[in-house]
Design a protein around this ligand. Structure first.
Ligand code: PEP
Ligand code: MG
Length: 539
């Protein structure tokens, strides 16, 4: 038994087998194929792409580290054309009628083992190169969308780190817990873990090489521990805790259907945050009054191209229909920073959190924005949709948005496509937006405070930087004062304000927010009933 310590981002207990994800490890599945020739053609295309990638790496290395070190990429290019290597791949595809990924991976494994067992030092060292090129080929074949996250049975996912797109691609029913070496409490991966209602630990100091998939473990989100190969006694305690948690949860379920009202009669809306159409199930299960934040960018990541208007329309329509008249606030594309989509080619940035993201992309690439707006407006007739715009810093931005929205509506009208005039709000997640919230309030229907980014920009703390977690203090007076200012400015203009950042679910602050006059809290679905309990017990 071994006990590893980390930082919990969602309190819960899990007991099960671990599945270790190593970044370069694409879990390649063996599938039967109809046409061997098509698979061989795929290998050729992957090789061509690999050759170009290696050429670029060679040129970069030549400039930065000189010819001797850059030569390795030339060697890799030559290896790609190695007759034995290629013949072996083709043989496997033809004789076993299997997919290209599988053939490349298995030839890569056997060739690298063969080199590793040679006497000659130079030849032995080539084992790593063979592995490298076969991994590159597999990566090219799989493209951005690996199915390495497909698990046969529910597992505890153990990884170095997980990107939002990796997390979002996982089948949520197959995950018992997340445990990572890196990651920060406020990253979108942590947010997704909370959304999925599963225990998650970050910052766990573990050697992934020493861990084997299939090992048993207990993940305790209350103590921040992962216990590997637990004794029968530890497993028993974990099972007891799991059933206690279940019992508490059942007690909370008694609050379903009840109002979010204090003993003094003050009401507040409790909505939920979602990232995909399938999350609506959690929203309904936890009796949220609506969706206060639909992070629409998750429709854009983990794929190779932009989602079409039709695809988006279907998603928004389905959410609106499933929510049956309850409010659904769709946040327009907030891509950039940690949420990347390679196909958008956003480029490397020194400070991505202060960079080209969210509304800045939408205003400078209006076609992308308009496609999304058209899809949202088309879906508006199927339920109670509102729109909100992220990362606002100025009145001018809102005016530009309004102009684009007017164009979209005009186009729909001219094409006889029905739509409704929906409520439109802005996210308040920059200090600039706070300071001009009196002016913004005149232009929009509501505010939703994004405390994750507001804290990041107010305290000058990169929310992705795990080293800064101890300094990331969303209870900071500056943040709380800003929230009060925004609420007051919205009320003066007869508008309402909600909080959709993670702070909205901070049970220590629920009373404070109600007393401040916050009108709505939008939180992870699993937090709705916990908040309702506190509100109903408030004087
Ligand atoms: C926020 O910044 O608080 C927010 C809700 O947006 P996101 O976490 O998606 O950036
Ligand atoms: Mg934000």
């Amino acid at each position: 038994m071994e006990c590893l310590k980390g930082k919990s981002v969602y309190k819960g207990i899990a007991l099960g087998k671990i599945s270790v994800l190593k970044k370069s490890d694409y879990v390649v599945k063996r599938t039967k194929v109809e046409s061997a020739e098509e698979e061989i053609e795929r290998v050729n295309q992957a090789k061509e792409a690999a050759c170009n990638q290696l050429q670029k790496l060679y040129e970069k290395a030549l400039k930065e580290v000189g010819e001797a070190s850059a030569a390795i990429f030339e060697v890799h290019q030559m290896m790609l054309d190695d007759a034995d290597f290629n013949e072996a791949i083709e043989n496997i595809i033809r004789t076993q009628e299997v997919n290209a990924e599988y053939a490349v991976a298995s030839v890569g494994d056997s060739f690298s083992e063969m080199f590793a067992s040679m006497d000659d030092d130079y030849m032995r060292a080539r084992a790593a190169d063979i592995k490298d090129i076969s991994e590159r080929l597999v990566k090219n074949l799989v493209g951005g969308e690996t199915d390495s996250m497909d698990f046969e049975e529910p597992v505890i996912v153990v990884a170095d780190d997980l990107t939002p797109s990796e997390t979002v691609q996982m089948d949520k029913d197959k995950i018992l817990a997340f445990v990572t070496v890196h990651g920060s409490t406020n990253s979108h991966t942590a947010i997704l873990a909370r959304m999925m209602n599963i225990p998650a630990l970050i910052g766990v100091d573990m050697n992934l090489e020493a861990l084997k998939s299939g090992m048993e473990a207990v993940v305790d989100g209350f103590t921040g521990e992962m216990i590997l190969e637990p004794t029968e006694e530890v497993k028993c305690t974990a099972l007891t805790k799991i059933s206690e948690e279940e019992e508490k949860r059942n007690l909370l379920l008694e609050l379903k259907g009840k109002e979010n009202v204090t003993l003094g009669g003050k009401k507040i809306e409790l909505y939920a945050n979602i990232g995909s159409v399938s999350d609506v199930g959690y929203v309904l299960e936890n009796d949220a009054g609506g969706i206060g934040l639909f992070r629409s960018e998750f429709l854009y990541i983990g794929r190779n191209d932009l989602p079409s208007e039709e695809e988006q329309f279907q998603a928004y329509k389905q959410v609106a229909q499933n929510m049956a008249g309850k409010k659904v606030i769709i946040r327009t594309l907030d891509i950039g920073a940690d949420k990347q989509a390679d196909y958008l080619d956003l480029g490397e940035e020194e400070n991505p959190a202060l960079g080209y993201r969210a509304i800045r992309i939408c205003l400078s690439q209006p076609e992308i924005f308009k496609t999304q707006l058209r899809a949202i407006f088309r879906a508006s007739t199927y339920g109670n949709i509102s729109i909100m715009y992220p990362m606002i810093t100025s009145v001018e931005e809102v005016k530009k948005i309004q102009k684009i929205v007017a164009e979209v509506k005009k186009e729909l009208y001219e094409c006889d496509i029905p739509y409704k005039d929906v409520e439109e709000g802005v996210m308040i997640e920059t200090p600039a937006a706070v300071m001009i919230s009196d002016e913004l309030a005149e232009l929009v229907d509501f505010f939703s405070i994004g405390t994750n980014d507001l804290t990041q920009y107010t305290l000058a703390i990169d929310r992705q930087n795990e080293k800064l977690d101890p300094f990331y203090n969303p209870h900071h007076k500056a943040v709380l004062k800003m929230i009060q200012m925004v609420v007051d400015n919205s009320h003066k203009a007869g508008k309402w304000t909600g909080i959709c950042g993670e702070l909205g679910a901070d049970l220590e602050l629920t009373e404070t927010f109600v007393r401040m006059g916050v009108d709505e809290l939008s939180v992870a679905p699993s937090m709705v009933l916990k908040l309702r309990k506190i509100i109903r017990e408030m004087k």
